[in-house]
Ligand binder design. Sequence first.
Ligand SMILES: C[S@@+](CC[C@H](N)C(=O)[O-])C[C@H]1O[C@@H](n2cnc3c(N)ncnc32)[C@H](O)[C@@H]1O
Length: 195
Amino acid sequence: MAEMNRWSRWFVNRSNARRSAKVLRILGPHLELPAAPRILELGAGRGGLSALLVDRFRPSKLVVSDFDPEQIEAARSYLGRRFGPLPPSIELRRVDAMQIPFEAGTFDCVFAIAMLHHVEAHHFDYRERPKALAEIQRVLAPGGVLAFSEFSRTVEMRRTLIELGFLPRFERPGWRGRELAVFGTRVVGAPDRRS
Ligand SMILES: C[S@@+](CC[C@H](N)C(=O)[O-])C[C@H]1O[C@@H](n2cnc3c(N)ncnc32)[C@H](O)[C@@H]1O
């Protein structure tokens, strides 16, 4: 795992708002979140999706997080321009997806958009990712959802998610080889919602 260099950061961040709108248009209808949900965004980058999540879901808690402190500052500046002084419901925080510093069951939804391959020492490995997925599962409340977009090792990732007890709610091969998906955690005693 490594922080992106400034050119990669620039490249990713310049299309962040446009891509985020598209991602939310596709994933949004499959999220089924409670009112005022608690949301964690991992690897949020510049914060384009975070702003859209505020507009759409009015979260009671939104943690906008990234491993890279420069990305946190980019998100702080973008969200500041969008909303002015940030309300206490929005927290910007440095978080490593491999070790998420929250109690079990804290969130109704975790977003991981184009970031899960970044936990690997090499992007196309599949060594560290199961640990990050287990961390996501741990911090989700029963019935919570993971929404992600990913292009590498999606078959292995699906297998790990099923092994961790997730159920697929929506899966769609996206544009440019990305897979867009929503996986839900099980609610004990609830019917299996496998689609
Ligand atoms: C390709 S960018 C995607 C950013 C944003 N989600 C988007 O769609 O524009 C990947 C992001 O993941 C972050 N990242 C890398 N490793 C991470 C880790 N271990 N935990 C959390 N975030 C990480 C990077 O700093 C970067 O901001």
